[in-house]
Design a protein around this ligand. Structure first.
Ligand SMILES: [Zn+2]
Length: 331
């Protein structure tokens, strides 16, 4: 037996039962009228015969509401709605995305699940949406340490930087600097959760706003010597910096170990995943990939969350995250 031999990864009826047990712990709820209790199972219902399936396909998990008389399945109102991919393949995809530290590419999902590349791309973006955490309270708190840092990754979309007559980008010493790269701000509580943001530009104003909104003011803030944090640092119980330009990466002061290596390690996992697995990512989708890496980091094994528990949490997140193909492109 292995994890992959679980019934719900292979059997459509079992897949429905699994998702129902997570989304409807108290029994089926009608998505049309909110009724509970008076819901009946409809068994042995088949879709209309088609060329591909002359017998029709069995409609698993079909229910009928005794109150409003409408039919529904657990897919309604979730990322699974309006998808032709069988639910057991969705569960396989969720498990793969939750258990691979650096993610899994659409190309690989396309090959492993035997679905089209287009379907695989769509499915993985919807799973990322399920992993996106809503508005949460600030991280850190009294006696807690929060590390903040920013990183630059991938080229920004939009027109290329102006070239000089020699053909080099018109930037300092001809190098393409951070100004042409996508900026990501990361905040991590030591031994706790991470939160990352794709920002148009990392400047004092937007960095200060994100740090203030997302970090509890009683926390100690640890950063590098970047001026981005000087002013906002004063709003916290303590602000310590390490001087990376002078090759100082860790400093010991009494019991305090001052560094921002935790957030830098997070960025390195993110970058290795993005380069090695995803390779290309449009700037408009970057926030979704960040949500995926945040989700896994915040449910890491070091916090006692194993692959199954992580997949369970991703399933809890499928509710209310409907995303149509068109909107995925527009966002
Ligand atoms: Zn109803």
């Amino acid at each position: 037996m292995s994890v992959l031999s679980r019934e719900y990864f292979h059997n459509e009826a079992a897949a429905f039962e699994h998702v129902e047990s997570i989304l409807w712990p108290g029994g089926p709820v009608c998505p049309h009228c909110g009724c509970m209790g008076r819901v009946y199972k409809l068994e042995g219902v088949y879709t209309k015969p088609s060329k591909k399936n002359p017998e029709g396909v069995e409609r698993h998990g079909l229910k009928k509401c005794g109150e409003c008389r409408k039919q529904f399945t657990v897919r309604i109102g979730t990322i699974f709605e309006e998808s032709h991919i069988p639910l057991h393949k969705w569960l396989q995809a969720i498990h793969l995305m939750c258990s691979s530290k650096k993610g899994i590419s659409s190309n690989q999902l396309h090959r492993v699940l035997e679905i089209t590349l287009k379907s695989a791309w769509f499915l993985s973006h919807r799973i990322r949406e399920a992993m996106r955490e809503g508005n949460l309270g600030p991280i850190g708190g009294n006696g807690k340490i929060v590390e903040a840092d920013e990183t630059y990754f991938g080229k920004k979309s939009g027109p290329a930087p102006t070239m000089t007559t020699s053909g080099k980008p018109f930037t300092k010493s001809g190098k393409t600097g951070p100004a042409h790269k996508r900026a990501v701000l990361g905040l991590v509580e030591r031994g706790g959760a991470v939160r990352t943001f794709h920002v148009e530009k990392a400047n004092t104003d937007n960095v200060a706003q994100l740090v203030t909104e997302n970090v509890h003011h009683e926390s100690a803030l640890y950063t590098d010597e970047s001026r981005l944090y000087t002013k906002v640092g004063a709003r916290f119980a303590d602000h310590q910096t390490t001087k990376h330009s002078a090759k100082e990466y860790v400093r010991y002061e009494g019991d305090a170990v001052i560094h921002s290596n935790t957030i830098e390690n997070y960025f390195s996992v993110f970058k290795r995943g993005m380069k090695g697995v995803y390779q290309h990512c449009a700037e408009k989708h970057l926030h979704r990939y960040l949500a995926e890496f945040d989700f896994r980091y915040n449910r890491r094994i070091g916090l006692g969350v194993d692959d199954n528990a992580r997949a369970f949490e991703a399933l809890v997140g499928v509710l209310g995250k409907r995303l149509t193909y068109r909107r995925t492109h527009a966002v």
